[in-house]
Design a protein around this ligand. Sequence first.
Ligand SMILES: Cc1cc2nc3c(=O)[nH]c(=O)nc-3n(C[C@H](O)[C@H](O)[C@H](O)COP(=O)(O)OP(=O)(O)OC[C@H]3O[C@@H](n4cnc5c(N)ncnc54)[C@H](O)[C@@H]3O)c2cc1C
Length: 424
Amino acid sequence: MSEERTHAPPLPTASGGGGAGAVLDRTPAAASPTANEGPGGAQQPTRGHSTVLVVGAGPAGCAAGLVLARAGVDVCVVDRATFPRDKTCGDALSNETVATLGRLGLADALASLPHAIVRRAAAVFPDSSEVTRDYDPPGWIVRRLHLDDLLRRELVRAGARLVQATAVTSLTARDGQVVGAAGPAFEWHADVVVAADGYGSVGLAALGATKPQGRFLAVSATAYYRGVGFPRGDTIADHCFDAELPYGYGWIFPAVEGVSNVGVYLRADGYRRTGRALRDLLAGFLERHADRFAHAEQVGTTRSWSLPLGPRPIAHAAPGLLLAGDAGGFVDPLSGEGIWQALRTGELAGETARDAMRGSGLDAAMRRSYERRCHDEIGKPSRAKALVQQAMAIVVRRRLYRLPAVRAALTWGYRRRAFEMSKS
Ligand SMILES: Cc1cc2nc3c(=O)[nH]c(=O)nc-3n(C[C@H](O)[C@H](O)[C@H](O)COP(=O)(O)OP(=O)(O)OC[C@H]3O[C@@H](n4cnc5c(N)ncnc54)[C@H](O)[C@@H]3O)c2cc1C
């Protein structure tokens, strides 16, 4: 299997990278870390110290940074991208994600972004039969380009320092304790580091872990389409299961300003067995739903990225270090939902670091407490979701969805929201 297929190829614009030099957002309250340009414009390493350093300004990093900055903790967030940046995603926010963003004080700002409303989710089978559930309150579709920039702006407004266009390549350790992070143009010290840098985190090495594989990894490809048909109404999010997408599904989401997010999602071991490239699987999915795409045209490129699935049996904390969001592998294996998990583990990491700084530091008891909260809220339900994912693969492969008893069980599970980790 080629490299491209084992680890879905990164989206050039997804996570940014490198860039022309550090871009520093300062707030009036923030102490000056360092200059990022030297004499003659030569780039100098951005150097400094903060009580907490967060690596990654996605949903997990921003949630952690927001909690810390609002508590008055000196926090710096570093990201290799320059914002606004896009992130390869289906852009779907479950109603619990919307509620979590509201709890973070972002309800009004979120409502001002271009969005679509999801009032119903449908699991669609190859014979066109479906099982549905209604959302009340609704879920939303919001482009990550907009959502992540909103989080980033709020982070800076709350008083965090943000260093952009600056990659971290390793964590710095002393006497078995993480004490900072470094990159080609970055050298930073902190009492606690939150690794929130997504798939393939720099924090994994400090925990003796490697990138996830097999059933702890999924791959996904997505593209935007204008003019997709919505014959059953434009507030229905379709999750289409078929044997061509083992341990996964294809999605067609309601359009934001006329443009729909469409994609395929598969567990990595299932993907390997297909022997096909992700973009071919996406093209095949569109062909099987040709009626919906008769008048559609693609907007932009097809993009793909990897999803680290929960519950990955690795530590999520070490002396001086907490892992949050995709960095820790918290994505719901059945649905591929990861934004809520990123926000929630980011919040928990922020609270843990905040409390550690108010007490005796990030000691073993605080780290255990973080692990336990992540496990209770996300690890345990993920385990159940992984079992449902196994069962769904059998239902689809053997076409058991045609049996009334199976259909009844699916309807019961779906409507009781047994298939959703983030619920409201
Ligand atoms: C195709 C696809 C579709 C998806 N659809 C959905 C969906 O519809 N709904 C949903 O809830 N979830 C979805 N997910 C999952 C969701 O996108 C992730 O779970 C979520 O983005 C995780 O947030 P995060 O903050 O942990 O990481 P990320 O969003 O990946 O953010 C990590 C940040 O860290 C930065 N970074 C990375 N490496 C470094 C480094 N070395 N140095 C400095 N900065 C670095 C990146 O630039 C980025 O800004 C999807 C994922 C994929 C791939």
